[in-house]
Design a protein around this ligand. Structure first.
Ligand code: FRU
Length: 483
């Protein structure tokens, strides 16, 4: 039974106090007003404003029949809530309006999403559906425009639509009947009639090998003269420091032949090294920037996060600008986040040797930028709060992030990657999250952290030598009402 809008607002209002009294409620990230959030959807700039939709189960802090929640912003930093854009209320989406994307066409907003349908025996059906809006707030559903083609299972979802040269394209996450993940491609002249062209890339294709039983949330765009295909393969096994989370997000860079719809590309590169990053989506803004949001979570968590007591769970990452440089994708927090900065602390030429605390460098919600001016040590460590640690050793070039479990209560666990030479670290810390950008965004570690909210300590230390650092730190202001 679909609950009506009044019931939904009642639930939000009834839980507002409980949700807002959570010390782990974030200050400058997009969160659900109540319930569970997962993927960012439909990122678009329409009629002068940014729109972010998100997968939302308002009724419980668990996955279920998803809605599209909606926030609107003038500057990518301050968000206003809008009414839910899509509810699972039709035969073709009754078990969830799953992930998808938005484009602007003839002054209207077209959103494409996957209608998820399940029967009593849990058999699944998927429909790629269209909904149209004149004002960007109210949507009229047009129903399915694509059915699952032969050779594929019902794991066929997450349409990402874009215009290129003379027509519309859609990439979709798919699973073949042989249980291989693929990104398949469609074209259209009018956004309603779609032609299937098969896979653009997938598991088992030349140069890829076996690479997962399903690919979710593909995205395809051009940046710096390259074609970048982002995908989220499921079913990869850990390999050294790579593929440590249950599901992965990363990209293939290369060149798409749009005539033959083939893709010549380099190997898969992970987008993020942290514990909580999945299902990213990108958009292009009017200045031409390619902006990415990710889900600051991952699937099938076994541990219950403490926010569940306050009837909400998960958030989106901060918006990041993507830049293609020296053969790799860099992620940089969008410049507009400067609007949140307050109380700057600026320390030049700080000699770090042994254990050090920096005057004024502490807090629970902050941005911290460290530039390494000179390195004469074996290792450098930053302890943030009691239970989070960043560590770099120059003999092995290993960068490590550690936290005390997914609920802030477990044993220490770590994520690592190789960083050839550490030049800078930029940390965005919120009440229960940390996004660490290494070397101008060459590597990123995104994680939820549940530390003592009263503990704003930051301690630095070196091993066998000294490190010369320039540091800047800001307190970050709350970015307005999220309800
Ligand atoms: C990714 C995903 C998508 C799906 C959505 C459902 O996290 O599984 O493939 O559309 O979430 O909420």
């Amino acid at each position: 039974m679909i609950k009506n809008t009044d019931e939904l607002y009642d639930r939000i209002v009834k839980h507002q106090e409980l949700v807002e009294s959570d010390p782990y409620r974030l200050h400058y990230h997009i969160m659900p007003p109540v319930g569970l959030l997962n993927d960012p959807n439909g990122l678009v700039y329409f009629n002068g404003r940014y729109h972010v939709f998100y997968q939302w189960n308002p009724w419980e802090t668990a996955h279920g029949a998803k809605y599209w929640g909606h926030y609107v912003s003038d500057d990518l930093v301050h968000w206003e809530s809008a009414p839910p854009a899509l509810a699972p209320d039709q035969w073709y989406d009754k078990n969830g309006c799953y992930s998808g994307s938005a484009v602007v066409w003839n002054d209207q907003l077209y959103v494409f999403y996957t209608g998820n349908v399940k029967d009593e025996a849990d058999n699944r059906e998927s429909y790629q559906c269209l909904a149209i809006s004149e004002d960007g707030i109210h949507f009229e559903k047009k129903g399915p425009v694509i059915h699952v083609p032969e050779g594929y299972t019902a794991h066929f979802r997450d349409p990402k639509v874009f215009y290129h040269e003379d027509r519309w394209y859609m990439v979709l996450g798919a699973q073949t009947e042989e249980l291989r993940g693929e990104a398949v491609i469609y074209t259209s002249a009018d956004l309603e009639n779609w032609r299937f062209h098969g896979p653009l890339i997938g598991s088992g294709h030349p140069g890829i090998g076996e690479f997962g039983y399903m690919w979710e949330c593909p995205d395809l765009f051009q940046l710096g003269g390259k074609d970048i295909l982002v995908a989220c393969p499921q079913g990869l096994s850990p390999e050294g420091y790579a593929f440590q989370n249950i599901y992965q997000s990363g990209y293939f860079a290369g060149s798409v032949d749009y005539k033959n719809l083939s893709f010549d590309h380099k190997p898969f590169v992970e987008l993020d090294r942290g514990f909580d990053f999945y299902a990213p989506q990108t958009m292009v803004d009017p200045t031409g920037r390619r902006i990415l949001f990710g889900w600051m979570g991952n699937a099938e968590e076994k541990v219950v996060q403490p926010t569940v007591k306050h009837e909400w769970i998960h958030a989106l990452t901060i918006p990041r600008e993507l830049v293609w440089q020296d053969g790799r994708l860099l992620q940089r927090p969008v410049e507009e986040l400067h609007h949140l900065r307050a109380d700057e602390v600026h320390l030049e030429d700080v000699v770090m040797e042994g254990k050090v605390e920096l005057p004024g460098v502490r807090g629970n919600v902050l941005e911290l930028e460290l530039q390494i001016a000179d390195w004469q040590a074996d290792a450098f460590t930053i302890g943030i709060g009691k239970t989070t640690r960043i560590h770099y050793t120059s003999d092995s070039n290993v960068f490590t992030f550690e936290r005390n479990g997914a609920d802030g209560n477990g044993p220490m666990e770590s994520r690592q990657c190789i960083v050839e030479e550490l030049r800078d670290i930029r940390i965005f810390k919120d009440t229960s999250s940390m996004e660490i950008f290494v070397n101008g965004g060459e590597e990123v570690f995104t994680s939820r952290v549940f530390d003592d909210p009263e503990d704003g300590s930051i301690a630095f230390s070196t091993e066998s030598g000294r490190v010369l650092v320039n540091a800047r730190k800001w307190k970050l202001e709350k970015s307005a009402e999220q309800q």
